[in-house]
Design a protein around this ligand. Structure first.
Ligand SMILES: [Zn+2]
Length: 246
């Protein structure tokens, strides 16, 4: 079970109140790392949501460097938007429609204005993960995941259907996905301080530039399970996001 410390903040436009949550990470039971850098703790993404879309007035704003009185740990004595109403813009991810809606939100933010590199990298990284969510865990389509008894047939076949449909949607959006990754790559190469470990070879791999990915991986100072897996997937010419540990 994850536990969270609540905090509260206000929309700078209409002063509506929101409840946010900080993870108490010491209580995490299970962490899953994916090759694109997305990490789930007990099935929760803990990457902070820095772009908020106010459900009350539609204003979008950044919550990046929380300072009082904009953010407080004291619960205000008024109506508050709960975490689930604004987190990921209130989207439900139980089907591919929700996943597409998340992609659309990030694309709209990027279209609406230009951002300083750090913020654009943040939005493009989350857009990248959102595209990958369409076919994340694609290995679960294999029969062995039903046969090993982790899921009932009904749950597995519904999940499998969603993944197969998600893969089709991913391919349909490939042009925009590639454009986003190319731009992210350009930004990260210009701002190496924003790069996350192994992010560049992974972007090359997902762009199907396998030789570039391998060249960068060969330069990596230490061989880990992660680098070995990335080299393996590059050799197979497999560009899909994969689960590294979980
Ligand atoms: Zn507002």
């Amino acid at each position: 079970m994850l536990k969270f410390d609540p905090y509260y903040f206000q929309c700078p436009n209409c002063q509506a109140w929101f409840e946010g949550r900080n993870l108490k990470s010491e209580l995490v039971n299970e962490a899953i790392l994916y090759s694109d850098g997305k990490i789930l703790y007990d099935n929760y993404i803990t990457t902070r949501q820095k772009m908020i879309l106010c459900p009350s007035c539609g204003h979008s704003f950044w919550v990046e460097n929380p300072t009082e009185p904009f953010i407080t740990f004291q619960k205000p004595d008024t109506a508050i938007y709960s975490w689930n109403t604004w987190r990921f813009f209130g989207i439900s991810f139980s089907d591919n429609r929700g996943k597409l809606a998340l992609i659309k939100h990030y694309q709209q933010f990027l279209k609406k204005s230009s951002y300083e590199p750090k913020r654009e990298i943040y939005l493009r990284r989350l857009l990248w993960w959102a595209y990958n969510d369409l076919h994340r865990n694609f290995h679960y389509i294999r029969w062995k995941y039903f046969l090993n008894g982790f899921m009932s047939y009904g749950v597995w076949s519904a999940y499998r259907r969603m993944l197969l449909e998600g893969e089709k949607l991913f391919i349909k959006n490939l042009k925009n996905y590639n454009a986003n990754l190319n731009r992210l790559l350009q930004l990260l190469e210009k701002h190496p301080e924003e790069q996350v470990d192994l992010e560049l070879p992974e972007i090359y791999r997902e762009l199907r530039q396998f030789d570039q990915a391998k060249a960068l991986l060969d330069k990596a100072t230490s061989r880990t399970h992660f680098t070995n897996e990335m080299i393996r997937h590059s050799k197979w010419k497999d560009s899909r996001v994969f689960m590294v540990t979980g």
